[in-house]
Design a protein around this ligand. Structure first.
Ligand SMILES: C[S@@+](CC[C@H](N)C(=O)[O-])C[C@H]1O[C@@H](n2cnc3c(N)ncnc32)[C@H](O)[C@@H]1O
Length: 290
């Protein structure tokens, strides 16, 4: 495992304010002690498996068969996506702020993993053909920090390269807050704030989420970071939230849910009913005006 502070000119995990400091500490606790991120997309629930399969197929559509790419996996956790990408022959580098997760990713042995923060990447400009930022955006509370993370992801991606960004829709976060074991507090104000502005401050929910998007907001954030040709789809489709609440692994539901997700994933309005949004766009080639 490489630590970010081992690399030249790289900071330790940084934060942009008091709230984010608290959230960052909660992220460390959650992913190293409270939750097994390594099983979330593989064995935990049908919803997780659909998220994995759909995310993978949407990424694979952008890969040219036979071409080996340099790929960055920012907020890559234990390396679930890095693993299949490395198996396909790509040169993958993962970054995540949680040392336990980076250690697990390193043990896979087929890609490099480093402890670090999406807001200060330890990599040179224009280095990667494909960049994934699947996680950090819903853990960063301020628009400024999310912009910093996306600007860094664009910086390390070569002109003409593709960037994928994941977000969690507000409506799904609303359901999770509403359905928690204890009622959210203060009830209407906090829930309205979540739906109006995406901010999330519910102590009764273990997940250290910081900001929840609408699809339009995610597209705007990618465009503001300089990406062009942006597409946004719902990942799991409208069955996703119900499957997450069900919380079991039921393979009979996999195919029907996937069929619905593929069919309605791109539809504005409907895409916000998925557990996750995935948006992707291109870093403008040099010969094209930004
Ligand atoms: C739900 S997990 C997603 C993991 C994986 N990318 C995936 O798609 O399954 C969110 C990840 O974002 C990471 N993360 C949170 N804040 C981050 C930050 N500021 N910079 C980079 N990664 C961050 C967490 O440590 C966690 O591994």
């Amino acid at each position: 495992m490489v630590r970010a502070e081992d690399g030249p000119g790289v900071d330790h995990i940084s934060s942009s304010g008091r709230d984010q400091v608290t959230i960052d500490a909660a992220i460390q606790r959650y992913y190293s002690a409270d939750f097994d991120e390594g099983s979330r997309l593989t064995t935990r629930t049908t919803a997780g498996k659909i998220e994995f399969l759909r995310t993978r197929e949407l990424i694979e559509r952008q890969l040219e068969p036979g071409r080996k790419l340099h790929i960055a996996d920012i907020g890559g956790g234990t390396g679930v996506h890095a693993t299949w990408l490395a198996e396909a022959g790509h040169l993958v580098r993962l970054l995540d702020p949680v040392p336990d997760q980076v250690e697990r990713a390193t043990r896979v042995g087929t890609f490099q993993a480093v402890v670090g923060d999406a807001r200060h990447l330890p990599w040179p400009d224009d280095h990667f053909d494909l960049t994934l930022i699947l996680g950090p955006l819903y853990h960063l509370a301020s628009a400024q920090d999310r912009h910093l993370a996306l600007a860094e992801a664009v910086r390390v991606t070569r002109p003409g390269g593709v960037l994928f960004a994941a977000a969690i829709p507000r409506f799904v976060a609303f359901g999770a807050a509403w359905l928690g074991e204890e009622p959210p507090s203060p009830l209407p104000a906090a829930l309205a704030k979540l739906l109006e502005a995406g901010s999330f401050q519910f102590d009764h929910v273990a997940f250290p989420g910081a900001h929840f998007h609408t699809a339009e907001e995610l597209i705007t954030e990618l465009a503001t970071a300089g990406l062009t040709d942006i597409t946004c789809e719902g990942v799991e489709g409208p069955a996703g939230p119900a499957l997450e609440v069900r919380g079991t692994h039921d393979d009979d539901l996999l195919d029907p849910a996937l069929t619905i997700a593929r069919r309605v994933g791109p539809i504005p309005g409907v895409r916000d009913l998925s557990n996750h949004l995935l948006a992707w766009g291109r870093v403008p080639p040099l010969d094209r005006p930004i």
